[in-house]
Design a protein around this ligand. Structure first.
Ligand code: ACO
Length: 381
């Protein structure tokens, strides 16, 4: 298991509940999450596609069919990665790098190979955003295959975002259930007001830096296990529980007694329910029922029950998404990359919003160190 509990008492630590910007992109009010005014349940109930939600976050309104067709064409036309980028992925796949480090470096590399990467016209920035959003699934799927010694598979322009990713990842057309599950997971991870990685992206944008810098800043921030990295740790925990004869209570209590964090539980904003969790839980059930992966769902139910009773903590978005991703054939080391592939749509929307009415984000710190010291020459220290 990962991590020790922090010490409490630092009053400003974590900027808890502090409002740092205005946004029209997403909101969390009374444990409800909305994107541009739509409750996330609207997208779930109406089987929205992730492409539609990207369009919504970037434009502030849902696309018409014509707008969506055009947007999909733009994504498809920009989804292939260059041979140079693929070669770099191959080299990185042979090293012991965490896949999130590979993603961070490779997104940065996209800017190296885009001749217009330093152009700041609105057309050039839009093209850069489309390139990053469209390339992310291709490079994640390619990296996943290269790590296994398999050849990458080219994207197809007749599949939507979620279906295309699963096709490139697994080499076969996904089932309707799999596409629905990934579409839902991508939508649920797309934006979340001022989470740590989005804040990091906005800070970077506020210095008037470029979009590649903003997105790589955000990827580095998402990587940490207190944020997006928790989903990978959740699956490691489930594996450890299975390998310790499945005694959930003994395993978890020993972690709690050792003051360790239980990954996938707790949230800075949500205290009674994470509204994304119920959909992910339903999907985990639907995808695994009657399959050999059902054990992960059953163990997750037991973990949720125990941690709720023992600590009063709620499962967050990362908890059931671990089982969903595993059931979709995704390696646990790549779970946080799937999060990034979705959240990049929100990062881009926030960077755009930040730049529209920009002011440098530069807070102050309260100095609590020593003062008035006199310099002593090194030979008398
Ligand atoms: N396991 C054990 N104890 C926990 C957990 C947990 N997962 N989460 C919170 N606690 C404890 C804290 O240690 C704290 O105890 P203390 O008062 O005795 O020190 C108490 O509960 C209250 O914690 P909060 O103030 O709610 O914690 P905070 O808002 O600082 O942190 C966070 C929120 C980082 C998500 C935390 O719950 C955590 O570390 N969870 C595990 C990692 C995780 O799942 N991260 C993903 C979050 S969702 C996302 O970013 C996509």
């Amino acid at each position: 298991m990962f991590g020790k509990k922090r010490k409490t008492g630092e009053s400003l630590a974590g900027l808890e509940n502090m409002i740092a910007c205005n946004t029209k992109i997403s909101s969390i009010i009374d444990d409800r999450l909305t994107y541009c005014g739509y409750d996330i349940g609207e997208f779930m109930d109406n089987n929205a596609s992730f492409d539609e939600v990207i369009y919504l976050l970037w434009n502030g309104h849902l696309p018409t069919q014509i707008e969506l067709n055009y947007f999909r064409k733009e994504l498809a036309a920009n989804s292939k990665i260059s041979d140079a980028v693929e070669q770099c992925l191959l080299i990185q796949s042979r090293k012991h790098l965490h896949p999130m480090s590979v993603l961070r470096s490779t997104v940065s590399l996209l800017g190296v190979y885009n001749l217009n990467a330093e152009m700041l016209t609105s057309e050039a920035i839009y093209e850069q955003c489309i390139q990053i959003q469209a390339n992310m699934p291709t490079l994640i799927a390619a990296f996943s295959r290269l790590r296994k010694g398999l050849d990458p598979i080219d994207p197809r322009d007749d599949l939507d975002f979620a279906a295309n990713f699963l096709y490139m990842l697994n080499g076969e057309e996904p089932s309707a259930t799999q596409v629905k599950a990934l579409n839902r997971a991508l939508i649920l991870h797309a934006d979340h007001e001022l989470n740590a990685s989005t804040f990091a992206a906005r800070v970077c944008a506020s210095t008037m830096s470029d979009i590649y810098s903003c997105v790589t800043t955000a990827i580095g921030t998402l990587k940490g296990p207190l944020h997006g990295g928790a989903n990978e740790q959740v699956f490691e925990m489930l594996k450890e529980i299975r390998d310790s004869d499945g005694d959930v209570a003994t395993y978890l209590q020993s972690k709690l007694d050792a003051n360790e964090l239980i990954m996938g539980f707790g949230h800075r904003v949500y205290k009674t329910v994470d509204p994304r969790q119920k959909y992910l839980k339903e999907m985990a059930d639907e995808l695994t029922r009657g399959t050999e992966d059902e054990i992960w769902y059953q163990l997750s139910l037991e973990v949720e029950d125990y941690i709720r009773n023992a600590k009063g903590l709620i499962p967050n978005v990362d908890f059931y998404s671990a089982t969903v991703y595993h059931a979709l054939g995704i390696d646990s080391a790549l779970f946080t990359l799937i999060f990034a592939m979705s959240r990049v749509s929100g990062w881009i929307a926030h960077v755009k919003e930040q730049k529209t009415k920009n002011r440098l984000i530069r807070p102050r710190s309260e100095y609590v160190g020593l003062s008035g010291l006199e310099y002593e020459p090194i030979n008398v220290r």
